[in-house]
Design a protein around this ligand. Structure first.
Ligand code: PEP
Ligand code: MN
Length: 337
């Protein structure tokens, strides 16, 4: 990090600044030019609040040279992270389908979808029990009962479960859940992320609809700073001025994130497009872009789904999609290590 000072900085304020930076464990290299003095900061600058320095009277400009995320940074950990859930691996060349309904509705529904997507090649079953809905009058999910039904489906199929935790008071139900999903609306719920950092199970973080890639990585950093290194990133579309699709799928997020971080990156084409008819093409595009996996909403009766029916594909469509993706995967392996 480089701090450029204004001309003729107040000596006392400069000394205070240097003392403070020194107290953060940083080494300070001062170079005095004809007009400006520049402080070069060496050490772990991820602990420095850049805005605090910028706000000082004597400071003209502050530039970060190093990204503010360390644990998630590929520069410090070149090797791909492989998330391993009882032998089901995701990342580092291991592609996975995470498939299932938007919401768990009944035992028959979740178990039948679980059987179907397993046959189609899914490595994980998804399904929402605690649902973040825009309207308080919409179906809110079966909650604790939904978790119980997901675990029934897991017992029947052996598929590990990915499901969303909306609030820490729900954590007591998640002991046997394999991967905890943090939804787009909670990407920057820092207290939630910090607590999940104390767990030792994978956390799938969905990109907020107005979240930048750096912000997504900082959210991963929150979890990792607590010692939980098993984080999966999920691009699920961002909000733009386009209204034809539910969101706009930012596919360039895949190569950008993969160059910046060693964490696995998956794409959710269902929430990204909001249209079942677009899921297959966007899945293929995601695989071609180098994604480590796909999270896809699959429903046995999309027309009567309690949530997100229009973007849900049938088990038959999932079979065909997965087969198509497998055909192109051998051409889509890019190494960033
Ligand atoms: C979901 O996956 O069911 C979901 C609610 O997604 P998002 O948080 O991306 O909207
Ligand atoms: Mn959904």
């Amino acid at each position: 990090m480089v701090v450029i000072l204004k001309e003729h900085p107040n000596e006392k304020q400069l000394e205070n600044l240097k003392n403070w930076l020194g107290s953060l464990g940083l080494e300070i290299h001062t170079s005095t030019g004809a007009k400006h003095t520049i402080l070069g900061l060496v050490g772990d600058t991820s602990v420095v609040d850049i805005d605090l320095i910028k706000a000082l009277d004597i400071v003209e400009e502050v530039k970060r040279i190093q990204e503010p995320f360390k644990n998630a940074n590929r520069k410090f950990h070149p090797k791909d992270t492989v998330v391993d859930v009882g032998g089901v691996k995701l990342g580092g060349g291991n592609f996975q389908f995470i498939a299932g309904p938007c919401s768990v509705e009944t035992e028959a529904q979740i178990c039948s979808i679980a059987q179907s997507v397993k046959k189609g090649g899914a490595g994980f079953l998804r399904g929402g029990a605690f649902k973040p809905r825009t309207s308080p009058y919409a179906f809110q999910g079966l909650r604790a009962e939904g978790i119980r039904l997901l675990l029934e489906a897991k017992k029947e199929t052996g598929l590990p479960i990915v499901t969303e935790l909306m609030d820490l008071n729900q954590l007591e139900y998640f002991d046997d859940i394999d991967v905890i999903q943090v939804g787009a609306r909670n990407m920057q719920n820092f207290e939630l992320l910090k607590e999940l950092g104390h767990l030792r199970k994978p956390i799938l973080i969905k990109r907020g609809m107005a979240g930048t890639l750096q912000e997504l990585l900082m959210s991963a950093e929150y979890v990792m700073a607590g010692g939980n290194e098993q984080v999966i990133l999920c691009e699920r579309g961002i909000r733009t001025y386009e209204t034809y699709t539910r969101n706009t799928l930012d596919l360039s997020a895949v190569p950008v994130l993969k160059s910046m971080t060693h964490l696995p990156v998956v794409i959710d084409p269902s929430h990204a497009t909001g249209k079942a008819g677009l899921v297959r093409s966007m899945s293929l595009a995601a695989a071609a872009a180098g994604a480590d996996g796909l999270m896809i909403e699959v429903h046995n009766d999309p027309q009567h789904a309690l949530c997100d029916g229009p973007q849900s594909i049938t088990p038959e469509a999932f079979d065909a999609l997965a087969e198509n993706v497998r055909q192109i995967l051998p051409f889509c392996q890019y190494s960033y290590e």
